[in-house]
Design a protein around this ligand. Structure first.
Ligand code: GLU
Length: 429
């Protein structure tokens, strides 16, 4: 299967996640039905969303919601607003959520949504209309006990607030647990905004400790300055690491002595981009990935580390803050070169873990302090990291394969006891 992966580079994320699940299921010797059940979403919805634009014209946007799996609980996962959104990407992202939630031991399945749009080109009113229209289109499929959306690329707490408000209008009553990542003013959890970045930093620390990398002064390159990249960079800088490069979709900045991420982000807030930050060298996103550093953190989109550039990656450790940044072929090449990769399904699981805390708080109507949220996040991420680490040592495999084995084994056990894998005596009858 490795040769199969290396023969044709898998740039389709759905093929990647299928390959990853299959490899783990095969290594564990599971019933082939486990893979068949996980290879496609249980339910996939395509919707059209008409929006009256500011110039009076009507534009019809296309959106999707994929409910990959609800074995362990309601489907769970973000909503992405991006021009490149497509059905296979949404399906893949929802499958990664199934793995992520199972790995962290959350009582959730996997889901994901997306709308084909560049939200940076919309006015705030148009964005609100689109957000509300999307929820109207999927309202009958979501709910606190069914499918719980959250933010993803180019969506944020404000978008979640419009969505939860629209849902309340449809249902004629509040149901705050239907969406997570909300503003704190309407049932959001303290610590949710930074949670993904905080989880990434927990993984960097856990991996660095085991690999003998001293985080003090360690050179870290972060690709992406959205919610995840910006909090990751800020928090890791606070831990004493040296953030030597940071980028956004326009390009990056590099300073071997280290950057103060807050200053770079202030510059981006003022000018719209990180480039042009005084005292730093301009680099492209491709160059950032190939910098010599201790820790490389891709925190943008899929397919950044490929068979083409993997031989030139010069990091000791890669921690995947984005979903799917490394193709399976690149993953093999990094593994062969001894570069450890903390996989997305573990590294960026801090976001959905605090989403789970938010959902629990909404159910109880009882809210936790930020310290409590962060402490529980640390415990859950630390435990998941150890399980993955132990599995990869036991199986002599990559951390990614180890993570999939932990998650897929848990999912297979749920399938077995629920009777999804057939009757144990069936073969004899
Ligand atoms: N979009 C985030 C992810 O990919 C968070 C999902 C959530 O909180 O449900 O994990």
């Amino acid at each position: 299967m490795v040769e199969q992966a290396l023969n044709a580079e898998m740039m389709n994320p759905l093929e990647s996640v299928r390959w990853q699940i299959r490899r783990a299921a095969d290594a564990l010797g599971l019933d082939p039905a486990v893979y068949e059940i996980l290879k496609s979403p249980l339910r996939f919805l395509e919707v059209s969303i008409p929006v009256t634009m500011d110039d009076g014209s009507v534009h019809v946007f296309t959106g999707y919601r994929s409910q990959h799996n609800d074995l362990l609980g309601p489907a769970k996962g973000g909503i992405r607003f991006h021009p490149d959104v497509n059905p296979d990407e949404v399906k893949a992202l929802s499958a990664w959520m199934t793995i992520k939630c199972a790995l962290l031991g959350l009582p959730f399945g996997g889901g994901k949504g997306g709308v084909i749009v560049d939200p940076r080109e919309l006015s705030p009113r148009e964005l609100e209309e689109l957000s509300r229209g999307y929820v109207r289109a999927i309202a009958r499929f979501i709910g606190a006990d069914r499918d719980v959306p959250a933010p993803d690329v180019y969506t944020n707490p404000q978008v979640m607030a419009w969505m939860v408000d629209e849902f309340a209008r449809i249902k004629q009553g509040n149901e705050f647990g239907v969406i997570t990542g909300k503003p704190v003013a309407i049932g959001g959890s303290l610590g949710r905004t930074e949670a993904t970045g905080r989880g990434v930093v927990i993984c960097v620390k856990e991996a660095a400790r085991r690999l003998g990398i001293d985080l003090q002064g360690a050179r870290v390159a972060v690709q992406g300055a959205g919610n995840v990249g910006s909090h990751t960079a800020t928090l890791i800088h606070r831990e004493g690491a040296r953030v030597i490069a940071l980028s956004d979709s326009h390009g990056g900045v590099y300073r071997p002595e280290g950057l103060d991420p807050r200053q770079v982000l202030d510059h981006k807030a003022r000018t719209g981009a990180v480039h042009g930050f005084p005292g730093a060298q301009a680099i492209t996103n491709e160059e950032l990935l190939e910098l010599e550093c201790d820790v490389l953190i891709p925190a943008a989109l899929e397919n950044q580390i490929t068979a083409e550039n993997a031989p030139r990656i010069r990091a000791r450790l890669v921690v995947e803050a984005a979903n799917g940044p490394t193709t399976p072929e690149a993953d093999e090449l990094l593994f062969d070169r001894g570069i450890r990769v903390v996989p997305d399904v573990l590294a960026n699981a801090g976001g959905v873990t605090v989403s789970y805390f938010e959902w629990v708080q909404n159910m109880y109507g009882y809210y936790w302090s930020e310290a409590e949220v962060n402490e529980r996040l640390g415990q859950m991420m630390g435990r998941a990291f150890s399980e993955v680490w132990d599995m990869h040592l036991k199986q002599h495999c990559s951390l990614r394969n180890g993570a999939y084995m932990v998650a897929v084994r848990r999912l297979a056990e749920a399938m077995r006891v629920r009777g999804w894998l057939g009757h144990p005596d069936a073969a004899r009858r």
